[in-house]
Write a protein that binds this ligand. Sequence first.
Ligand SMILES: Cc1cc2nc3c(=O)[nH]c(=O)nc-3n(C[C@H](O)[C@H](O)[C@H](O)COP(=O)(O)OP(=O)(O)OC[C@H]3O[C@@H](n4cnc5c(N)ncnc54)[C@H](O)[C@@H]3O)c2cc1C
Length: 577
Amino acid sequence: MPLVPFFVINLALGLTTMRAATFYWVSQLGMLAGTVVYVNAGTQLARIESLQGILSPALIGSFVLLGVFPLIARRIVDAVNRRKVYARWKAARPRRFDRNLIVIGAGAAGLVTSYIAAAVKARVTLVEAHRMGGDCLNFGCVPSKALIRSARLAHQMRHAGEYGLAPHDAPVDFGAVMARIERVIAAIEPHDSVARYTALGVDVVAGHARLVSPWAVEVTRSDGTLQTLSARSIVLATGARPVMPPLPGLADVGALTSDTLWGLRTLPRRLVVLGGGPIGCELAQAFARLGSQVTQVEMLPRLLSREDAEVSDFARRALERDGVEVLAGHQALRCGRDEGEGTKFIVVEAAGGERRIEFDALICAVGRVARLEGYGLEELGIPTGRTIATNEYLETIYPNIYAAGDAAGPYQFTHVAAHQAWYAAVNALFGNLRRFKADYAVIPQATFIAPEVARVGLNEREAADKGIAVEVTRYGIDDLDRAIADGAAQGFVKVLTVPGKDRILGATIVGEHAADLIAEFVLAMKQGIGLNRILGTIHIYPTLAEANKYAAGEWKRNHAPAKLLEWVARYHAWRRG
Ligand SMILES: Cc1cc2nc3c(=O)[nH]c(=O)nc-3n(C[C@H](O)[C@H](O)[C@H](O)COP(=O)(O)OP(=O)(O)OC[C@H]3O[C@@H](n4cnc5c(N)ncnc54)[C@H](O)[C@@H]3O)c2cc1C
């Protein structure tokens, strides 16, 4: 109200189709409660006759009422909205609930939600249609990082000469690489297993869940049997799936995605990777290092387009050094197979010219969209866009149904899914007492190419887009002792601060183990630690982590008190006699 005067609202409503009579009684009724509270406070004020009167219970009570009135009004509006949204489900509301919480999906978001619920002694059921651990364990973070590890070793063996050892250039046993990935998944699987969660107190059900009312979920088990579960609250942690672009012929060439590529057992000789985002870059480089001839196609002019241009350039040069042909600014037009030999090809276009690229396998990594179909969102009328629509409490239009992880967005990271899970679990179980807004203030992220790219908070591109003034401090990792000793002297630490202050607004690190090194800036931002205090912290010599301290040192040098130092120099001169 301080921003928008009442008369503007009244005039604006005159432009709507609301009838004048309706507008009149609605506004009179709407203002009535506020008017009573204000007039009451004013009346009490007018009655003050002495200083003691200020402390009279009536006056204090009136002002407390004035303070809490907006909260009460909001509660009333919430209650009215709730009644509206639940109106058509009145008959379906159970008298009592079998459990406190049902969680749909056992990926990072669902596992952490049910873990927290069980830890606070709620009765919770976790339903998973496919594999415990979701995308991260089975098709995402874990297999991709295991693949990258093998690729890195193959690369190091090929370049062993740089370290004084005999180089090894034998072809990679790709089947063995994929077998190792399976072993890695198997080793991590117990962390997310039915046995572990059951022991934690979670009731785990295998089957496909579908919302049938705001409090009931129907589970179809693999043998076809149906079971209906009820709960006071539900958390949707149904994740995301790879996007298949509407490219003519794509289905015919059997395009792979992150869901299916882990079934490969022979290394594709010629590989096309569609997409220049983090997943596309990680896979393109890994396959190139393992020996595939990789062509990466990206429609936008640069790879990792959310990062600063210099980071994209760094990534491109790194991938090209490993043999990836990067076709940024190229649009994929169509795929097909030659008649006869059946050679698969893709046609891409740039600057008006078309180019045909033949391949043995194509990985489609152009993005991932939230899973939104087939589990009752439509029937319940839960609005969706790219993700399930939620408010800042991760609540859908039904105050007892929440969403977390890739299904809720806007980020698609395992650690963010786990972070949101806390809010979803706590708000779902205790929201009637207190609700918490999901906090996205300090979100770190990394792309695990070599050298790694990691970021927390703002980069220069985002700061410019948002019109936020920043001061940029840079330290080149090519100068770092440990990086030189390790043969990893490339990359930089870039810190964005409030101009003239050491408060960190964001940090980007490009370099070996950047995803680990960024943790210091994540902690600093979260806990309000500035560059001065990072500089004042002992870092072990020689480590890569020293790069963070040296970046802080650069900032300090740029803010050296020149005038004071002139006087100090004079003092020393005087002391010398
Ligand atoms: C190749 C690749 C690499 C990645 N690398 C990283 C990385 O390095 N770091 C990182 O942070 N993130 C990474 N990610 C992203 C990360 O995997 C996801 O952000 C994370 O898995 C999201 O977790 P989630 O719980 O929201 O969803 P998911 O892990 O997708 O879990 C959702 C689960 O819900 C189940 N489900 C869906 N509908 C139903 C239903 N109706 N009934 C029952 N069950 C249902 C699904 O079967 C699935 O198991 C990567 C992703 C990919 C594809």
